[in-house]
Design a protein around this ligand. Structure first.
Ligand code: CTP
Length: 398
C-alpha cells in the first residue's frame, strides 16, 4: 500500500507515455498522491487534460509559468514528494539527468531534489544499447538512482529487444519496495540466481537444472523487508521478483562483471548455480557433423564469483552468503566450502535427485555460520527465503 505517500511523476516524451496514465491510476488506487509533471515532448503523446483528470490535480509543465511559481515554486515542488518517478524516462531525459542539465521544468526538478529518484526507461532498442545511453545509465546508477526495466519485447517502432517500458504494475511494485518501511530500508542487497549458460557454439550451450526459484524468492523477501535489491540472474525458468533491479546475464564471466558493477552492497546472496567450466574457445559458427568423427570439447575454468568477491581486500560486502549444492556429506562439504571460499555463511542443501529439491518448490537447508551448523526443517522455498532474509536483516543491522 502507498497510503500517505506522495509521488512526483515526470512523464517524458515517448510512446510509452500512454502507460503512465494507467500508472497514475494504479498509484492512486493504492492510496498515493500523484503530482504530475509533463515534459514538452510528453504533451505530444498524452494530453495535459487526461493526465490531470487521472491524477485529480493540476499538471505542471513550464519552468517559467508565473502562476505555477506563485502556487508552488519549482524548488519546493521537487522536495514535497517521497519519491520522484520518471516514466517514461527517454534517452534524452536520462542524458540530461546524467549530465546535470536544468533547462526545463523536469530536468530542473530532478537536479534540485534531494528526494530519491526512480526511472523507468523506454526507448528504441538501438538507443538503449547505444554506448552513450549505457554510459548514462551507469552514471545514474552510481548516483543512486533506482532503475526499473526496461523489458524486452516487441516495440512500437517494430523492432524487438530491450527498451519497452516496464508495465505499470511492475513500476508500482518497485515503488512499493522502494518506499517500504521495512527494517532493510536504505540497505542494498545483491542476489545472484539461476543457472549460467556456457556456449559451445552460437546455438548450443552447457547448462544445469537450476530453476532460479530459490534466488527469486530470496530477492522478493529482501525487497519486502525494504532493501534495494540488485538481482543478477542467468536464464532461469522462474521470473525475477518485482520491485528489484534485474540484470540478465548468460555466462559466468558476464555474471561476475554484473556482480562487480553492482558493488558496493551491504549483503550479497550468491544463489546462482554457476557453471564451473566453460567451453574453451567456443566456436562462433555452428559446429557441423563431419565424417572425420565426433567433435571434442575442451574446458576452461570459470571464475568463482562467490570466492572472488568474498576475498576482495577492498569493498567486500560486510555479509557474504553462499549456497552449497551437495549430494553427500552435506554439512562437511559445505563447511569446507565456506572456509575455501571465504564467505560468512553457507546455506547448504542436498540436491540428490531423490530429494526433488533442484527444480522443485521445497528446500531443506542447513545454515552454516561461525556459530556452527543449524538445520532447518524442509519447507517451501518462499519460507526459506523469508527466514534467511530475516536473519540477513538481523546481521546487517547488527
Ligand atoms: N559459485 C560462484 N561461482 C562459481 C561457482 C560457484 O559464485 N563459478 C557460488 C554459488 O553461487 C554458490 C557457491 O559458490 O553460492 C557454491 O556453489 P557450488 O556449485 O555448490 O560449489 P562449487 O564451488 O561449484 O563446488 P563443487 O562443484 O566442487 O561442489
Amino acid at each position: 500500500m502507498l497510503a500517505g505517500k506522495h509521488i512526483l511523476l515526470i512523464i517524458g516524451g515517448g510512446i510509452a507515455a500512454f502507460k503512465s496514465l494507467d500508472l497514475i491510476r494504479r498509484l492512486r488506487e493504492r492510496g498515493a498522491e500523484v503530482t504530475p509533471v509533463l515534459t514538452r515532448a510528453g504533451t505530444e503523446f498524452v494530453t495535459p487534460l487526461s493526465v490531470s483528470a487521472l491524477a485529480g490535480k493540476k499538471v505542471f509543465q513550464d519552468l517559467f509559468d508565473l502562476g505555477d511559481e506563485a502556487e508552488m515554486g519549482h524548488i519546493q515542488l521537487s522536495r514535497v514528494a517521497d519519491l520522484l518517478v520518471v516514466a517514461p524516462a527517454t534517452a534524452d531525459l536520462m542524458a540530461k539527468m546524467a549530465q546535470g542539465h536544468a533547462n526545463d521544468l523536469a530536468s530542473t526538478l530532478l537536479l534540485a531534489t534531494d528526494t530519491p529518484v526512480m526511472i523507468a526507461p523506454a526507448m528504441n532498442v538501438r538507443m538503449w544499447d547505444h554506448p552513450a545511453t549505457q554510459r548514462n545509465l551507469d552514471l545514474l546508477k552510481s548516483d543512486g538512482i533506482a532503475v526499473v526495466g526496461p523489458n524486452e519485447g516487441d516495440m512500437a517502432c517494430g523492432e524487438f529487444g530491450p527498451g519497452r517500458m516496464a508495465e505499470p504494475l511492475e513500476i508500482v511494485a518497485a515503488i512499493e519496495a522502494k518506499l517500504a518501511d521495512g527494517p532493510l530500508k536504505g540497505k542494498r542487497a545483491l542476489v545472484t540466481s539461476g543457472p549460467t549458460h556456457e556456449p559451445i557454439d552460437p546455438v548450443r550451450y552447457i547448462a544445469n537444472r537450476s530453476s532460479g526459484a530459490q534466488g527469486s524468492a530470496i530477492g522478493a523477501a529482501l525487497a519486502a523487508l525494504g532493501a534495494e535489491v540488485i538481482f543478477v540472474t542467468g536464464p532461469a525458468d522462474v521470473p525475477p521478483p518485482e520491485g528489484v533491479t534485474v540484470i540478465k546475464v548468460e555466462t559466468a564471466k558476464q555474471m561476475l562483471e554484473a556482480v562487480q558493477d553492482a558493488l558496493p552492497v551491504d549483503a550479497g546472496v550468491f544463489a546462482a548455480a554457476v557453471a564451473d567450466w566453460r567451453v574453451d574457445g567456443a566456436s562462433d559458427r555452428k559446429l557441423k557433423k563431419s565424417k572425420d568423427g565426433l567433435p571434442s570439447l575442451s574446458f576452461a575454468e570459470n571464475p568463482d564469483i562467490l570466492k572472488t568477491v568474498s576475498q576482495m581486500t577492498k569493498g567486500r560486502p560486510p555479509l557474504m552468503v553462499g549456497f552449497a549444492a551437495e549430494t553427500n556429506d552435506v554439512v562437511d562439504h559445505a563447511t569446507a566450502k565456506r572456509n575455501r571460499k571465504g564467505c560468512d555463511w553457507i546455506v547448504a542443501n542436498d540436491v540428490s535427485p531423490g530429494t526433488g529439491i533442484m527444480g522443485g518448490t521445497e528446500n531443506a537447508v542447513t545454515l552454516i555460520t561461525d556459530a556452527g551448523a543449524e538445520s532447518w526443517p524442509r519447507m517451501g522455498k518462499d519460507e526459506v527465503a523469508r527466514k534467511l532474509a530475516a536473519r540477513i536483516a538481523d546481521a546487517v543491522l547488527g
